[in-house]
Structure formats: structure tokens, C-alpha cells
Design a protein around this ligand. Structure first.
Ligand code: PGA
Length: 246
């Protein structure tokens, strides 16, 4: 039985006072009965670590450099994330693929850099509405995942995968539990063929997960938790979603 994982993706939101309040509420609401983490903007990692240290809540980043160190202005390395106590780094989020032109190969290199420093990559895959309407969903997510599987090779079973249909992110339009489950099953079969250990790998669903739809999504056999954007910014909503994972 895989333990569920619920991860908040704050994106470019937050402020010191708001974060302190949100994190204090999360700490006070434990235990959840599932693993819970927040992926925060880089500049807030130190304070997040300080506030969550000693709790069973984990934290992480929303991106990581593929490079180890050196003249890469603006980049943050996996070693730095490790030093800040990060358990996770999101890689290949559709917003980065779209706005920063991140290729499947770059996403794979970032996942490898993270794992190399003991930071678990949460690898995002997902199709656009056009791709879904053209019947390409399976081909797109398989292509995105296969680049990472190929690069991570024998370590591939260590990653977390997040299926996030682009048309469901921030739109209020969630995939139905059945739609999501169908893609998760495809991804798990692909992971099983590559690693032989897909039964212990976690595949999260992301895209307009809210307090009122989380339970039905998490009840699906291949949905092992969620990557939560907007609803992770409100303590009551995020806590309700975490409880749905318990
Ligand atoms: P959303 O974002 O929950 O606001 O749709 C999810 C994500 O982008 O990770």
C-alpha cells in the first residue's frame, strides 16, 4: 500500500507574514495520515525550513538547475536545495515548459541533478487541451516521462511523478477521477516496464484539486496524492485536502 503524498505548489505567491501564518496552521493541524510537503519560492526556503523543522512536514523547491555549480546567473543548484533541507524539487512544471521553453531533455537533466543530491524530483507531465482533443494525451505524457526514465536509468524508481493536464491547471476545470485514473494507469505501466518497481512509486494528480474533489480523486487506485496549486495557499483548504489523503 503506497502512502499518499500531498504537495503544495505555492508558485510565485507568498510573503513572510502570510507564509508564517499558513505554515503555523499546517503544523497545528497535524497529523494528517499522509505525507505532506510544501514547495515554496527559493527565497522562502530558509524560513520554511526553520518553521517546519522538527515536524513531519517536508519542504521543497519549484525548480532546480541542471548544472552542479558555476557561472549560471539566477540558477539554484541541487546541492543548495539539499543544504536547505529540501526533500523535493518540482521539475518540468507545465508553466516552466511553456514560459521558459524547458525541453524534455532539460527536465530530465534537472531530475538527475536533484536525485544526485538526494532531493526527490517531482516530475510533471501533462497534455494541453489541443493535444487531448487530438487524441494525443497518451503519446505526450509517455514521451515526457520516457526522457526522464532514460536519463535516470536505474534510479528512475526514486522519482515522484505528477500528472497535470495543462487544461486543468488554475482553470477550475478538474479532470474527472476516471480521466485522471486512465492516464495514471498508463504512466504506472510505463514505470513498471522501466523499473520493475512501479508498485512503490507515487504518481500525483494536479490541476484544480480542491477540498471538495480531492477525496474522489485520491480514491482512484493509481492516484497517490496531489500536487496542489491555488488551494495550497489557503490553510483551511489545504488542510482539508491533506485530510482527504489520510
Ligand atoms: P492548481 O495548480 O491546483 O492551481 O490548478 C496545480 C499546479 O500547477 O501544480
Amino acid at each position: 500500500m503506497r502512502r499518499k503524498l500531498v504537495v503544495g505548489n505555492w508558485k510565485m505567491n507568498g510573503s513572510r507574514p502570510a507564509n508564517a501564518e499558513l505554515l503555523a496552521a499546517l503544523v497545528a493541524a497535524r497529523p494528517f495520515g499522509c505525507d505532506v510537503a510544501v514547495c515554496v519560492p527559493f527565497v522562502f526556503l530558509g524560513e520554511t525550513a526553520a518553521q517546519l523543522a522538527g515536524s513531519d512536514l517536508r519542504w521543497g523547491a519549484q525548480d532546480v538547475s541542471a548544472q552542479a555549480e558555476g557561472a549560471y546567473t539566477g540558477e539554484v543548484s541541487a546541492a543548495m536545495l539539499h543544504e536547505c533541507g529540501c526533500r523535493y524539487a518540482i521539475v518540468g512544471h507545465s508553466e516552466r515548459r511553456a514560459y521558459h521553453a524547458e525541453s524534455d531533455e532539460l527536465v530530465a537533466a534537472k531530475a538527475q541533478a536533484a536525485l544526485g543530491r538526494g532531493v526527490t524530483p517531482i516530475v510533471c507531465v501533462g497534455e494541453t487541451l489541443e493535444q487531448r482533443d487530438a487524441g494525443q494525451t497518451e503519446a505526450v505524457v509517455k514521451r515526457q516521462l520516457s526522457a526522464v526514465i532514460h536519463t535516470l536509468a536505474h534510479c528512475a524508481a526514486e522519482m515522484v511523478v505528477a500528472y497535470e493536464p495543462v487544461w486543468a491547471i488554475g482553470t477550475g476545470r478538474t479532470a474527472t477521477p476516471e480521466q485522471a485514473q486512465a492516464v495514471h494507469a498508463v504512466l504506472r505501466a510505463q514505470l513498471q516496464a522501466a523499473t520493475g518497481h512501479a508498485d512503490r512509486m507515487r504518481i500525483l494528480y494536479g490541476g484544480s484539486v480542491k477540498a471538495d474533489n480531492a477525496r474522489a480523486l485520491f480514491a482512484m487506485p493509481d492516484i497517490d496524492g496531489g500536487l496542489i496549486g491555488g488551494a495550497s495557499l489557503k490553510a483551511a483548504d489545504f488542510i482539508a485536502i491533506c485530510r482527504a489523503g489520510g
